[in-house]
Design a protein around this ligand. Structure first.
Ligand code: FAD
Length: 383
């Protein structure tokens, strides 16, 4: 068992951290409040190769794995820049295309995802289906060689900065509806969107999508007749692992802010960090964040070594642990700051909406508990 990063991974971590800290949380907040994207940070991260660390080298990426991508997600979040589209475009979409796309889709999409010049959103959630993807109502039907897609999607992140959205629909195979994935241009005729007002301070927004007979050529489909489900699952574990890394990074960021504050703030003649009532909640949160980081490293290592079955449990556990730890760390950091914890200047309350959402999305804590009860504890399926 080796707990050390390789020299290349350490170098990547230091370099991404330096980039993130050059921009910092104030930049992230300013862009979010202005309703603008973090275009400069995204562009620079792309040019430096950080967005494509997990993309195969022959398609312009770094040829690494999800371990490398967790480093990028965690370090940018630890610098106060938790970028949700990292979890979508390089983690979910690039993985699905690399594993299940055609050669044309790989050469068409992967280099742009890797250098950041193109972003692809991912749309599975629907208003009616909720956590139950078996109830997806977006249907793809054939019209000659083309496909026609109709349905509704909700909470889809970053559609406004994406040129395509990978849509999870259902198509009829031998009388049964099976999941099928499609790359839909965001300017396709019949695709409209409206912005959801969310209580999350982030430059990346969520959207409702309406697909009304969106016509797509045959080559827009990713994966064949039988591989819709495996293609979908190929993206979900990387999503869970990288979103967990983002949570762990956010927890680290909050605790770093809190530790600096409690060491320097004196109210009764000594730094407030000398009171156990202040220091212990931060220490407790630091332990939870570190435990989550261990589980993230395990899940990423399992994924990168191709142990897909074991990855499922580890990825879910990592996501659960990191979401809880991040929420705890941000809450403890706010408390340790007193009134300053609620100011914009001190840069912790600005994370509240994001870490709270992390306990719901991309998979809720309840659905993870269902999964663990069933697959680890062998309990009957409860729903
Ligand atoms: C910030 C943010 C970004 C998002 N980005 C995207 C995106 O880019 N693409 C995308 O497709 N989706 C996205 N989502 C959607 C997200 O994945 C869903 O919100 C999430 O999967 C939960 O689904 P739901 O909101 O329909 O909740 P529901 O399924 O309606 O569940 C509501 C509550 O009931 C609980 N519940 C439901 N069923 C059970 C059960 N069987 N047992 C126990 N409890 C249960 C849930 O845990 C939850 O607490 C995003 C959401 C947010 C908040």
């Amino acid at each position: 068992m080796n707990f050390d990063l390789t020299p290349e991974q350490r170098q990547l971590r230091d370099a991404v951290s330096a980039l993130g800290r050059r921009y910092g949380h104030a930049y992230f907040v300013a862009r979010a409040k202005a309703g603008e994207h973090t275009t400069e940070l995204w562009g620079e991260a792309g040019k430096l190769g950080y967005l494509g660390v997990n993309v195969p080298a022959e398609y312009g990426g770094g040829g690494g794995g999800i371990t490398e991508l967790t480093i990028v997600c965690e370090e940018l979040a630890a610098a106060g820049c938790p970028l949700l589209m990292l979890v979508v475009s390089p983690a979910i979409v690039a993985t699905i295309i690399a594993r299940h796309g055609t050669e044309e889709q790989r050469t068409g999409f992967l280099p742009g995802i890797a250098d950041g010049s193109r972003r692809v959103a991912f749309a599975i959630t629907e208003p009616e289906a909720g956590s139950n993807f078996h109830r997806l109502g977006t249907v793809a039907s054939r019209d000659g060689a083309d496909w026609l897609l109709s349905g509704r999607k909700c909470f889809i992140s970053g559609v406004d900065s994406a040129d395509h959205v990978m849509v999870v629909a259902r198509t009829e195979v031998a009388g049964r509806l099976r999941p099928a994935l499609f790359l839909v241009p965001t300017d396709a005729a019949g695709l409209t969107r409206s912005k959801l007002d969310m209580e999350i301070l982030s430059p990346e927004s969520q959207w409702l999508l309406y697909l009304d007979d969106v016509r797509l050529p045959a080559n827009a489909r990713v994966g064949g007749e039988e591989s819709g489900l495996p293609a979908l699952f190929a993206g979900l574990n990387p999503e869970r692992i990288t979103v967990a890394a983002m949570g762990a990074g956010t927890g680290r960021y909050a605790l770093e802010r809190a530790a600096a504050y409690t060491a320097s703030r004196s109210v009764w003649g000594r730094p407030i960090g000398s009171h156990q009532g202040v220091a212990h909640p931060l220490a407790h949160a630091a332990i939870q964040v570190e435990l989550a980081r261990l589980m993230i490293a395990k899940a990423a290592a399992l994924y990168d070594s191709g142990r897909d079955l074991e990855t499922g449990v580890a990825a879910n556990m990592a996501k659960y642990a990191a979401a809880e730890a991040a929420a705890l760390a941000v809450d403890a950091a706010i408390q340790a700051h007193g009134g300053n914890g609620m100011t914009t200047e001190y840069g912790v309350a600005t994370l509240l909406g994001g870490v709270r959402a992390g306990r719901i999305a991309p998979v809720s804590r309840e659905m993870i508990l269902n999964f663990v009860a069933q697959h680890v504890l062998n309990q009957p399926k409860s729903y």
